[in-house]
Ligand binder design. Structure first.
Ligand code: AMP
Ligand code: ZN
Length: 113
């Protein structure tokens, strides 16, 4: 049975995405609605609904997401970048499979909206 989760379906190849990176634990792809010249998502293959669902056993995996996100940013001309996770609908989360946004390629303002 296919997963109802959009990002699990992207990992499984059921929904097409512009893949940037993949290994046994991590998948990265370009955001369909980019908010900066460089905007991609780094996700764990393990389904976690968001940052609030991270358990102690996931700590190394989350560190890996950040390391790969920063590395891919550098390789794609956005060494200076913002890495952000939205946690919950009020914070702007719309897809409930944990994802690290990596944004760069322009000057980013702070605070975010
Ligand atoms: P968030 O609002 O933090 O949950 O981020 C979800 C992100 O997923 C948004 O930036 C969307 O543009 C992006 N997104 C939604 N559907 C797709 C898709 N099919 N392929 C790539 N990115 C997507
Ligand atoms: Zn999922």
């Amino acid at each position: 049975m296919s997963s109802p989760c959009l990002f699990c379906r992207i990992i499984n190849g059921e929904i097409p995405a512009k893949k940037l990176y993949e290994d046994d634990e991590v998948f990265a792809f370009w955001d369909i609605s980019p908010q900066a010249p460089t905007h991609f998502l780094v996700i764990p293959k393990k389904h976690l609904s968001g940052p609030g669902a991270i358990a102690g056993e996931d700590e190394a995996l989350i560190g890996k997401l950040i390391r790969i996100g920063a590395q891919l940013a550098k390789e794609n001309g956005a060494e200076q970048c913002r890495l952000v996770m939205n946690n919950g609908a009020e914070a702007g989360q719309t897809v409930f499979h944990l994802h690290l946004h990596v944004l760069g390629g322009r000057t980013l303002s702070w605070p975010p909206g």
